[in-house]
Every structure is written in C-alpha cells, then in structure tokens.
Design a protein around this ligand. Structure first.
Ligand code: ASP
Length: 444
C-alpha cells in the first residue's frame, strides 16, 4: 500500500526532527575533531544540501508558472471588466482577512502580555536580548536593506517603485521581486483581452500549454517533497539555539496560539461562510502545501504546491487561482501581519514602553500595510518589524530584532503556512462566488 503524500511528508518531518535531536544530544560532549562529530556534521551538511536542491527545484519553476498562469487566467476572463471585478473582490478579501488576523494577534499579546512579568517589563528578556545581539558577529544580512531608510511614506514609495519593472527580464531574474513580474503579467493579460479573439488565439494557446506543462513539472517535483522536507528540517532543528527559546517561551506560545486560532478556527469559518464549502475540508485539501510552507518558510517557493493543491484538491478553477494565488503569495500575508503586530508590542513591553490605544492602532495599520510589501522569503518580515519599531520610537529596536531573528525559524515556518492558507481560502471564496454568479446569469 502506498502512503498518501501528506503522510509521507509528515513522516519525513517527524523523523528529521527526531534525528536532529539525537544528533544534538550526541554532539553535547563530543570533541570537535572526534569521529562522532565528523559524522554528525557530514549528516547535517548532506541533509542541508538535499534540502537546498529541493528549494532550488521549487524556485526554478516559479517564473514560468507565475507568468503563464496569470496571463492564461486573465486572457480567459474576456475583458477588463471581469478582471476588475475579480481583482477588486480578491484585494478586499485579502485586506479583510489581514485585519482579522492582526486583531487576533493584538488581543492575545495584550491578554497574555509575554514581555511583562508581574506587570513590569521582563528584565531577564531584555538582558537576554542584549546578550544575544552582542554574540552576533555581524548585523544580520536581512537588516542591511535600503528600504530601512526614511519613514513609512518612503516605504510605500519604494513599494510602488519595486512594482513597476524597469526591465521585465531583470525582474524575473530577481527572486525577491515577484511583484514586478506579476504587475507586468497582469497588464499583458489585460492587453490581450483588448485584442480581437482570433488575433490573440495563438498566444493564448501558447500560455495555456506552457501552464499545463508547468503543472506536470510541479507534480514531478512534488514526488520529491518528503526527501526535500527531511533535508530542510534536519539542519534547522539541529542548529536552533537553546537558551533564548526558553526565556521567550511565553512569546512563542502567544504567537503560535494566535496563528493557530486564525488557521484552524477563524479562516475555516470565514471560508465556509463565504464559499458555501466546508472550511475544514479545505484545510485538509491544502495539507501538502501547508507542510511545504512550513518546511521552506517561503510563500514564493511554496507557490507551485499551493496552486496544485488549490486546483487539484479543492477544485478551484485555473481562471481564478491563476492570478489570485501568485498575487496572494506576494501581497497577502495574514500570518506575517499578525506576527508583526505581536512582535512590535512584545518588544515595546520588554523595553518598558507603554503603548496607548492610538499608538497600537498605528501599529495595526503599519502591520497591514508593510505585510503587503514583505517578500515571500524566509525572515523577510524582520525588516518590516524593524521599521515599525523605529517609527514607533521603541528603544533598542536593532538589539531586539537581532535577538528575535536568531530564534525566528520556527515562527517563520508557522506564519508562512498561515500566509499560504489565507491565499488559498480567498481563491476558493472568489471561485465559488464567481461560479454561483455565472450560474445565476445563465439561469436568467
Ligand atoms: N517567510 C514569510 C513568507 O514567505 C515572510 C515572513 O513573514 O518573513 O511568507
């Protein structure tokens, strides 16, 4: 009997975790040059190498998959009007679900108050932050970004600059800049609908066929997912830092609880209500994509799998998934928005800064807007969090970020799963509502 793909992935995840924990245990008192250590390092490095090959294979198909699915999807919409309606509905749902996610995070961080101890700033955490930050040899790479300069308005200006590509091929070659590629493909698809049907037919056929071939390629890569997941998880668990994890226990619980509430309760209920389908069955349909997002911590790298699950398991039409999912992987990040809000308020608590209602509201808005500009790659939201911390004049922002970054992986994996699930829910809702609308129109 052949195990179903999600079971295979789950087994890979658990066995990689157990093996990494065993390796950590064995490495505890082994001398650096002992045979045992050499074996452990070889194991971890080989696993990391395999994981990286899997990530590269996923990234390899992103550009042709995104381009062909958006263009083919929009070209099939027959006209700017149909596309405008779908885009409007999609963006509205992205915003609404983002706001709901942020309010879940905001409520829990204010109830649990992970940065306080007996109502006062937790000094042990502040000291641990300073210690961890001083251990880092160099400032984390993710923080060396031009985007950090200037305030919030400058951030938005940078976003629009990134959206319009100077050269479409450079944009396609730049892994972090999916936004520019999407923008161009949407315009190209809309332009195709402005031409007579016969004139664009050959082009539509080319993009449809390319898209079909990319789906076949995705299916091939998916066969390797359990091995890829094993390779990605083993080094992460082996290398994860110990001490700070324990001190940040309450913070981890707050974030994971908020993400779980959104993922397992709120989104299934909203999805069920607006699509007429069972929201929890949809969660099941998305299992493989959720595991892949969890293992890669990258919405962009997971995109091929998200599209496959949404289309093949949940039955969403290519017309809708073709542009909602690539767009969602870049602009709709429920988990990230929630996390940004919790992280900023947590750091404020630790640093002894009281935030009033007005200030928290500004943080909510900033979390929503900056999450749109965060790229779908590991730890990308750290830059956004640093910007919000600085704009809110919260002291020691860099120190806190350097420390949070060192324990980010587990939280990143979890919020990425929430991010891609949010995208797939919106695709399902829009598709179901569109189908209903078409049936109504047909019946008139
Ligand atoms: N890793 C996240 C994603 O790819 C982004 C983040 O929150 O850092 O969706």
């Amino acid at each position: 009997m052949k195990l179903k793909p999600h079971w295979q992935i789950l087994i890979a995840l658990i066995s990689a975790t157990l093996l990494a924990l065993a390796a950590r245990y064995l490495a505890r008192d082994a001398a650096a040059d002992s045979g045992k250590m050499i074996f452990i390092h070889a194991l971890v490095r080989t696993a990391g190498y395999i994981g990286n090959l899997f990530m590269l294979a996923l990234k390899m198909i992103i550009v042709p998959l995104v381009a062909s699915s958006i263009i083919a999807g929009i070209a099939s919409l027959h006209g700017v009007k149909g596309f405008g309606r779908l885009l409007g509905k999609t963006m509205a749902l992205y915003m609404i679900t983002g706001v709901i996610a942020i309010f879940i995070g905001l409520s829990l961080v204010n109830i649990i108050r992970p940065g306080l101890q007996n109502g006062k700033p937790n000094e042990a955490i502040a000291a641990a932050f300073h210690h961890q930050a001083s251990q880092a040899a160099a400032p984390p790479k993710v923080l060396n970004s031009d985007a950090l300069e200037g305030g919030f308005i400058r951030q938005m200006a940078v976003f629009f600059e990134r959206m319009i590509p100077e050269n479409i091929f450079t944009a396609a070659a730049d892994n972090g800049n999916l936004l520019a590629l999407i923008f161009f493909c949407i315009l190209f698809g809309v332009a195709m609908t402005a031409l007579p049907h016969d004139r664009v037919r050959p082009l539509t056929d080319v993009f449809n066929a390319t898209n079909d071939a990319m789906i076949v390629l995705t299916n091939w890569i998916m066969v390797l997912t359990p091995i890829g997941v094993f390779g990605l998880i083993l080094p992460v668990v082996y290398e994860s830092g110990g001490g700070l994890f324990i001190q940040l226990g309450k913070y981890f619980v707050t974030v994971l609880l908020a993400l779980s509430l959104h993922l397992f309760l709120v989104m299934p209920v909203i999805t069920g209500w607006l699509s007429g389908r069972n929201g929890w069955s949809h969660l099941k349909h998305m299992r493989e994509a959720l595991f892949t997002a969890f293992s890669t911590a990258s919405s962009s790298a997971t995109l091929p799998v998200t599209m496959r699950c949404t289309e093949e398991n949940a039955g969403v039409s290519k017309k809708v998934s073709g542009f909602t999912l690539p767009l969602g992987a870049t602009v709709n990040m429920n988990g990230t928005a929630l996390y940004e809000c919790v992280a900023v308020i947590f750091v404020a608590q630790v640093m002894g800064m009281h935030l009033g209602f007005g200030q928290q509201l500004i943080i909510v808005l900033s979390a929503l807007l900056t999450s749109v500009g965060v790229a779908g790659i590991p730890s990308a939201s750290m830059v956004a969090i640093l910007i919000i911390l600085k704009n809110s004049a919260i002291p020691n922002a860099e120190v806190a970020i350097a420390a949070l970054l060192s324990v980010d992986r587990l939280l990143d994996m979890s919020r990425t799963a929430v991010n891609i699930y949010g995208d797939s829910c919106v695709a399902l809702i829009v598709d179901c509502q569109e189908n209903e609308r078409e049936q109504c129109l047909a019946a008139v």
